[in-house]
Design a protein around this ligand. Structure first.
Ligand SMILES: [Ca+2]
Length: 307
């Protein structure tokens, strides 16, 4: 009776599970329900297996009993008894076969439902992965032509921006691809922005005057942030990369802060000192900035973290 009840329960449960709408907030519940259904199917399979084992044990016990009885029949009539005992054994074997045969459709249906449940779970997992990858988020890894291994590199290129000393410069750095496209539009002579390449203006170090590389990275996680002042992320966040907070020099045009990878990667063969947009390290300036915990003139670190 218990087995029958479980079959009814499982048969009733699975269609409900698979007919649930694909709603994000219910995805975990749906997977949990399917996992429960599969667990119950497995338990049922184990019970069936045990039931068959019990049948085997009973038959074995009967065979032992019949063998013992046969040994005791040493009288002339024993020949007749041997025939009887073998008939009894045969009946038992036939009964076992009947039992097994009666369970076979149940086991077959159960196996089919189990396979269906597992296939649906895998399909849902694949759909979840695809959905997450389709949504996800994008960030720029400044100072590196490669994204982390867990991210997809949308494209790589180099950093561009406005002339470092132009008062009307656009304040943001751009990650420019290596393969620009053009149309027939002609820019008016007067009145336009100008986009330059960028140089590491960090001339105490080897990357001075080099053109910084960059990469646009797509990740499945849906949130990211640039964390200033730290090169490690807070609990629950994944480090995408860490490095140095860089911007234009204080005496020039205002530019945004960007987090440049600690490798300070660059495009080879670009050490020309032609200027354009520039990148400098950033130092803490105590005063309105509380020190401690900050330290005057220390280099500002940064990290890009995702979740
Ligand atoms: Ca320069």
């Amino acid at each position: 009776m218990e087995l029958c009840w479980m079959l009814v329960l499982v048969a009733h449960l699975l269609p409900h599970v698979f007919c649930l709408k694909s709603v994000d907030s219910r995805r975990d519940q749906r997977l949990e329900l399917m996992a429960t259904a599969i667990k119950e199917l497995r338990e049922l399979a184990e019970k069936l297996d045990k039931r068959l084992d019990e049948h085997d044990k009973i038959i074995q016990q009967m065979k032992v009993f019949l063998d013992r009885e046969e040994g005791r029949m040493k009288m002339p009539a024993s020949t007749h008894m041997i025939v009887d005992t073998k008939s009894a054994e045969s009946l038992l074997l036939d009964k076992r076969s009947d039992d097994i045969a009666s369970w076979e459709p149940v086991v077959a249906e159960m196996t089919q439902r189990l396979n269906l449940a597992e296939a649906n779970i895998q399909a849902l997992k694949n759909a979840d992965i695809a959905e997450q990858q389709a949504r996800g988020t994008v960030y720029v890894r400044w100072g590196s032509s490669e994204c982390p291994s867990s991210a997809e590199t949308v494209y790589s290129g180099f950093i561009g921006g406005s002339w470092y000393h132009d008062s009307g410069a656009a304040p943001n750095y751009l990650c420019l691809p290596h393969d620009p496209t053009f149309d027939s539009h002609v820019v008016p002579i007067n009145g336009h922005a100008k986009l330059f390449g960028t140089e590491y203006q960090t001339c105490d170090e080897p990357e001075c005057e080099l053109l910084p590389s960059c990469a646009v990275c797509h990740i499945a996680r849906e949130s990211h942030m640039m964390l200033p002042a730290r090169n490690t992320c807070y609990s629950g966040w994944t480090l995408e990369y860490s490095g140095y907070l860089m911007a234009n020099d204080v005496g020039y045009a205002g530019m945004e802060y960007i987090c440049v990878d600690s490798s300070r990667g660059s495009i080879l063969g670009t050490k020309a000192d032609e200027n354009g947009a520039l990148l400098y390290y950033t130092a803490y300036a105590c005063g309105s900035l509380p020190c401690p915990p900050y330290v005057n003139d220390k280099t500002v670190l940064c990290a890009v973290c995702s979740k």
